[in-house]
Design a protein around this ligand. Structure first.
Ligand SMILES: [Fe+2]
Length: 207
């Protein structure tokens, strides 16, 4: 992405990204918390609560960023949201069945493109700083969730294969790639903001 010179009158090119992050994180905070409240696995619940609190916080902070830049969050109706939350909140559906579906194997880091744009000076300093902090937390949350999901699979007796790089790959429903909200954000970067809504809905539908 080319370097962008900020002027007071110029609309930032990254409003769609900030909007996408806020919406995806808020949504993830809700369904992860619903899952935490539904599971009998206290170890899993502990991780889900931690990550859900982070996601909710990210949703609020990126909404605030938009506001500080002089814009408002644009809500996007997600017709599958209620169904998704009900599924995660249902204690009769097993934790194993709630794990993310298997992805396409090795997936690239969803934040690489954002970090390249940060290095190119594409963001104003405050947004850049917040993105850096956010990416750090997202990677840590991803690692925590992968560990928690691996334990759920182990307790359920699902086999876990190694991909040869020391990373676990599941033989069941799960995957070791980025979280669904991270994938939605990655799609936003690569597909452009015009297709953002579709990308988020598709990613969330796979959750
Ligand atoms: Fe997230």
């Amino acid at each position: 992405m080319a370097s962008t010179t900020m002027t007071a009158a110029k609309k930032p090119t990254y409003l769609g990204l900030l909007n996408a992050i806020s919406l995806a994180e808020t949504e993830a905070g809700v369904y992860l918390r619903a899952w935490a409240d539904a599971t009998c696995d206290e170890e899993l619940a502990c991780t889900l609560r931690l990550v859900a609190a982070r996601e909710t916080s990210h949703g609020v902070l990126f909404c605030r960023m938009l506001s500080e830049l002089g814009y408002e969050l644009r809500e996007k109706a997600d017709p599958k949201s209620a169904e998704r939350i009900a599924r995660y909140a249902n204690p009769k559906i097993s934790d194993l069945d709630k794990l993310p579906k298997q992805g396409s194997g090795e997936e690239k880091d969803p934040f690489g493109e954002i970090e390249r744009a940060m290095a190119d000076g594409a963001y104003d300093p405050v947004t850049c700083n917040m993105l850096s902090w956010y990416i750090c937390e997202e990677r840590d949350s991803g690692a925590k969730l992968r560990e928690a999901y691996a334990k759920v699979r182990a307790k359920a007796g699902v086999s876990v294969k190694s991909n040869g790089n020391g990373k676990a790959m599941t033989g069941g429903n799960g995957h070791s790639g980025p979280s669904e909200d991270a994938k939605a954000i990655m799609a936003c970067m690569t597909e452009g903001f015009a297709r953002l809504e579709k990308s988020i809905q598709k990613a969330m539908a796979r959750a």
